[in-house]
Write a protein that binds this ligand. Sequence first.
Ligand code: CU
Length: 250
Amino acid sequence: MFLLVPILGVACFWYSYEIGYWLPEDISTHGHEIDHLFYFILVLTGVVFVATEVVMFWFMWKYDNKTNREPVKYTHGSHNLEIVWTIVPAATLVFIAIYQMNAWAEVKIRTPQMPPTVEVTARQFEWRIRYPGPDNRLGTQDDIHYVNDLHLPVDEEILLNLKSMDVLHDFFVPALRVKQDAVPGNRIPMWFRAKKTGTYDLVCAELCGWGHYKMKGRVTVESRSDYNAWLANLYNEQQATQPAAAEPAE
Ligand SMILES: [Cu+2]
């Protein structure tokens, strides 16, 4: 029965992978680095898991009650063994900490020097999206607003500013391999490049209240011309609802 644990454990992973119940296709330019770290840690922990389960099974099999009639001998710890099993995991963790540094810097530290493409403000329970209007500046009166459908141009560096209006949320686009908490009071930059057009899930990955489950949006990646047309259309629709006098802002 104990041997079934590693066998079923590995089989579960294998089967999920085979039927596609796995990471979604990576459409970002940085995602392969993150996926590489994921697989590296999965294999490392997988090997240790299987090895310890098999060793445990082997001991139970070999030292069962029927064939081992002599009384148990207890040992009182081994200093050397304890040092080894402390140092090996500690060294492994230090190695992973150093090994992932470049991937972390790539997605969280080396902010590109460019004006923001878009600002996303999370609130209970939706994503409010704001693009710069014709003046190309965010935070002015001609800004273009939308909710829950983040349109982005393909093959371009995107700088997204993330904010929250109320509580902690988390901007998660699995296909882009981006995940970032939205923290009230902070404006947090995120950057990435999508290399494939299509529609992808945008979900909240932080339990943020009763409606967390429905805080679902999407990301639409499209060609530059489609993106421009969509944005221009949205701008016109928005202007049509404004009184004419309010038109020229600062
Ligand atoms: Cu949320």
